[in-house]
Design a protein around this ligand. Structure first.
Ligand SMILES: NC(=O)c1ccc[n+]([C@@H]2O[C@H](COP(=O)([O-])OP(=O)(O)OC[C@H]3O[C@@H](n4cnc5c(N)ncnc54)[C@H](O)[C@@H]3O)[C@@H](O)[C@H]2O)c1
Ligand SMILES: NC(=[NH2+])NCCC[C@H](N)C(=O)O
Length: 703
């Protein structure tokens, strides 16, 4: 024995794999050899005794995992935070460990019931004693970290574990003497990896391979310059030797069957306190209300999943279930995050789902002035498609021009406060912008189950329609188109050239002619190929009647571009009688406005194609204003562009042969958007047939 360092260990008299509470135990029930376990444990004991003082806690029958004394609690100086095991299989160990600590003169702190924390298995002191690394994600709750900071008066750095094989922090993370760190980075989320990299310089970080990690190389006991572990690869031993550590390997394979090795089998009970350091913890918590059809719409699952997926933790403080079919449910959820940054990202997602602060916690939105035109303050709140309100001077102000991916700009006149979504490039000096995630709420419809099920688009809310459901979708879209037209509403179509190539051009032209379309958005290509067909009978050089490529046809569209350029615009070419049919012809003849946005792929371009994208976006936004429905026909580029500009509440139908495009557009969390995976030519042809069936004008029963 060379130092005053003490370890607590527990002999394996009753050790076995009796149950499964981690992935290592799976398939290993009663597969460990008692004899070998004792032999391996004795060897470890012997090594420890050569380098430190070893204390023994008596094992207890019926508690096979008690050998893993790292999970007894967390010690700093003479203070202990006792473990609160997550699994009932280990909860019975708590009083025995408590007894040992009390008998040995420690002050024991106990966490509130139902707040799991698994001791030094999930909390590791920096070996210089500068701070405490604390894990969460599997066994330990993030909400226990502030207690550790308070009781041990130390800074706590929270790390989230994401690989269930490495369910305790000490299975993948081992602070070593002189500020070194042995760890397996893929076991942590990216935020935690960033935190580790900020605190431990590159020369001091020793990242291990998966092969070493699964041999529990991080589950090591470091006593000054020696590192005791189950097994290490030659490169790892060499790397550690380079920085002055000697690895002592001692096989612990019987304990690996229960998911533990050297470090798990020991608890360091002499951890010196650094008096000059004090508590600091960046864990933040906020309580939210969620209301609506939380269970049947899956809202509560989505909310809880996104808290965890984004690195937070939650506690449902209250849940009142709506008893009638019509009634809504309400939940009060406490959200915790390891830092303000993570909290902001979780909250902004929760705001999208309609989560609101408790009335007593409502605060004004944080505003910061714009100091450079076209640049928002760093921490600006990114707007979504959902109707949003911001709280200013105690009043909730509705945000105008709702769209996603903008900033919320505030201007004040003597009479009122105006909040509006603005693209970054449009924010102006003199305006303020909403930053952070306080005082912001989205207004989500909590329509009744009945209404949701009866509403026109509800049949599609289950997701993307399969091929056999296309007809049903078409029927509903036709019905809706008719209703909007007859009610004087607005339908905007975005379309790509595939509409023309698939023979859908004549159907789209007919829709425009019959008044079903109030604006057309697209690119250079839809217009060119449509006009090519009108003038030359081909689309991309293919004869549309015979379905065969025409000799030299690939040049047709260039000739067409040249012709239109000569006339100066599509409208002028129509006026001159050059274009006599097709989509663009119908737009011009029926006074339906269109906007063609340029792209890097464009030939020509046509004189009407707006190559200044800022102007093109503004024109799109102008034409989209007040739309009741948007029909997106086979253009990923233009449909996604339009989707970004459109607030929730506008019905969107996206038709594309590629399910990924459809999913991206229809997965907006709003029941009004729907995707149809099908050939666009077929869709338009079916749509026209259906519209023809609906001969009598729709008369809405307006109450
Ligand atoms: N000659 C030109 O100037 C020229 C030619 C082509 C494209 N462009 C321009 O390039 C940009 C991107 O073009 P885009 O919008 O066509 O491309 P895009 O890739 O953004 O979208 C095409 C979409 O059509 C889908 N699709 C393909 N076949 C289909 C079918 N049979 N039925 C339904 N969907 C089908 C694809 O899955 C894809 O999502 C546009 O601005 C366009 O104007 C210019
Ligand atoms: N500190 C540790 N990693 N201990 C390992 C504990 C193993 C034990 N079977 C459990 O799952 O709880």
């Amino acid at each position: 024995m060379t130092s005053q360092i003490r370890f607590l260990i527990c002999p394996p008299h009753y050790y076995d794999v009796d149950y499964v509470i981690n992935p290592w135990m799976e398939g290993n029930i009663h597969k460990s050899s008692q004899e070998r376990a004792v032999e391996q444990w004795d060897k470890l004991h012997h090594i420890l005794k050569e380098h430190a003082i070893v204390d023994i806690v008596p094992p207890q029958k019926g508690w096979p995992d008690m050998v893993f004394t790292a999970n007894a609690g967390l010690v700093l100086g003479k203070t202990v935070v006792l473990s609160r095991f997550l699994h009932k299989e280990r909860q019975g160990e708590e009083p025995y460990f408590n007894q040992w600590f009390e008998e040995n003169g420690y002050t024991v702190h106990e966490l509130p019931k139902d707040l799991p924390f698994e001791g030094a298995g999930d909390a590791l002191l920096d070996r210089e004693g500068r701070w405490l690394w604390a894990g969460y994600g599997f066994r330990t709750e993030l909400d226990s970290h502030p207690y550790l900071a308070k009781w041990l008066d130390i800074e706590v750095l929270s790390l989230r574990l994401i690989d269930e094989r490495f369910y305790h922090l000490d299975t993948c993370f081992c602070p070593l003497a002189n500020g070194y760190l042995l760890y397996y980075p893929p076991a942590f989320d990216s935020y935690s990896n960033r935190l580790i990299e900020m605190r431990v310089s590159q020369e001091k970080r020793i990242a291990i391979t998966e092969a070493d990690a699964v041999n529990f190389a991080c589950n090591a006991v470091n006593i000054e310059s020696i590192v005791v572990m189950n097994k290490a690869s030659e490169p790892l031993k060499a790397r550690l030797a380079e920085v002055g550590f000697r690895v002592i390997e001692t096989p612990l394979t019987e304990f690996l069957k229960a998911g533990g090795a050297a470090k798990c089998l020991t608890l360091r009970v002499t951890e010196p306190v650094r008096e000059e350091l004090h508590a600091n913890v960046s864990v933040e918590s906020r309580v939210f209300n969620l209301e609506g059809h939380l269970l049947d719409s899956g809202l509560i699952n989505r909310a809880l999943d996104l808290i965890v997926d984004n690195g937070g933790s939650f506690q449902v403080l209250n849940f009142s279930l709506g008893e009638q079919r019509q009634s809504t449910s309400a939940a009060k959820v406490k959200v915790s995050a390891p830092s303000h940054e993570v909290m902001e990202s979780i909250i902004s997602h929760l705001i999208d789902l309609g989560a609101v602060d408790l009335p007593q916690d409502e605060r004004d939105a944080k505003l910061e002035p714009v100091t450079q035109a076209g640049v928002a303050p760093d921490d600006f709140y990114v707007s979504t498609i959902y109707p949003t309100e911001v709280r200013i001077n105690g009043e909730w102000v509705k945000v105008e021009n709702q769209r996603m991916d903008g900033a919320i700009a505030i201007t004040r006149t003597s009479k009122r406060i105006v909040a509006q979504c603005k693209l970054l490039r449009d924010v102006e000096v003199g305006e303020e912008v909403v930053v952070d995630v306080l005082g912001i709420r989205t207004v989500r419809k909590t329509e009744s189950r009945e209404r949701r099920n009866a509403e026109e688009f509800s049949f599609m809310s289950s997701g993307v329609s399969s091929e056999r459901r296309v007809e049903l979708v078409v029927e509903q879209v036709a019905w809706e188109l008719r209703k909007i037209r007859d009610g004087g509403g607005k339908v905007v179509v975005t379309a790509g050239p595939v509409v023309i190539h698939t023979g859908g051009g004549e159907h789209l032209a007919q829709l425009i002619r019959e008044g079903y379309v109030q604006a057309l958005l697209g690119g250079n290509a839809i217009a060119i190929h449509d006009i090519e067909q009108a003038i030359m009978g081909t689309s991309l050089g293919v004869d549309m009647k015979r379905g065969v490529a025409v000799r030299g046809g690939h040049r047709h569209h260039l000739k067409v571009i040249n012709t239109i350029r000569r006339y100066g615009s599509i409208a002028k070419a129509v006026e001159a009688g050059i274009i006599e049919s097709g989509v663009m012809y119908e737009c011009v003849s029926n006074g339906v406005p269109f906007s063609l946005a340029g792209s890097i792929r464009d030939d020509g371009p046509l004189p009407d194609t707006e190559m200044n994208l800022i102007k093109a976006q503004t024109e799109y936004a102008r034409l989209l204003k007040g739309a009741d429905m948007i029909l997106m026909l086979s253009s990923m580029l233009h449909s996604i562009g339009v989707g970004n500009m459109t607030p929730a509440g506008v019905k969107m139908v996206c038709v594309d042969i590629n399910p990924a495009v459809v999913t991206k557009l229809s997965d907006r969390g709003s029941i009004e958007s729907v995707g149809v995976v099908t050939d666009v030519g077929l869709f338009l042809s079916l749509l026209l047939q259906q519209l023809q069936k609906l001969t009598s004008p729709y008369t809405a029963k307006v109450s």
